[in-house]
Design a protein around this ligand. Structure first.
Ligand SMILES: Cc1cc2nc3c(=O)[nH]c(=O)nc-3n(C[C@H](O)[C@H](O)[C@H](O)COP(=O)(O)O)c2cc1C
Length: 179
């Protein structure tokens, strides 16, 4: 049993669906990627979809091109989504405010991590649910395809339209109850 398996048990990707959605609404989750130098970076996300596409378990994340994370995802094609339950508020705030371009968030926050099992991106071991993903498709949001006037004006008045990264879920993990 490696260090990850000591703390987490492997689950089917859809098992934690309700909890993931709840946490996205109540503080967010950590999207972790690595840059070209291999340095990991975490950004807070509030939007993500867990489901099925192309008969595969997929986790879809929406990342604006201005984020440092965007380049990391395009470069490495892998990411992890790490979901704390009603904790790590300070870390979520920091990772949603600061950019990996300017600061090493892992070091600054002392984030605890382990190597991913299926991808070469770290996972955050203080979280309750973890998803290891490989990008299988990416789609840039086309402004002419946004039908809702409200969505267009509310979220895209300044442009910077999201890229949708479809991550095939290669492994999902749930924290074991503390003994
Ligand atoms: C609660 C919360 C949710 C967020 N959700 C998203 C999101 O889903 N997509 C996105 O592109 N940015 C989102 N952000 C903004 C990024 O987390 C923020 O710009 C971050 O500094 C980017 O980090 P990076 O430059 O290191 O990638 C969110 C911020 C917060 C506080």
């Amino acid at each position: 049993m490696n260090a990850l398996e000591k703390k987490f048990r492997r689950i089917e990707p859809w098992v934690g669906l309700a909890e993931v959605q709840k946490q996205l609404h109540q503080g967010g989750a950590f999207l972790v990627s690595v840059d070209k130098t291999g340095r990991p970076n975490a950004m807070t996300i509030g939007w993500a979809l867990l489901g099925t596409a192309w008969y595969q378990p997929v986790l879809l994340v929406l990342v604006r091109p201005s984020r440092y994370t965007h380049g990391c995802l395009v470069y490495s094609g892998e990411f992890t989504v790490n979901v704390p339950f009603g904790k790590m508020e300070k870390e979520l705030e920091f990772c949603g405010e600061k950019s990996g371009r300017d600061v090493d968030k892992f070091r600054e926050l002392g984030l605890r991590w382990e190597k991913g099992r299926e991808v070469s991106v770290p996972v955050l071991t203080d979280c309750e649910l973890i998803y290891e993903c490989r990008v299988i498709a990416k789609v840039d949001v086309d402004p002419t395809e946004i039908i809702s006037q409200e969505v267009r004006t509310k979220y895209y008045a300044q442009g910077n339209l999201h890229t949708l990264f479809f991550g095939e879920v290669k492994a999902a993990w749930q924290a074991r109850p503390e003994s």
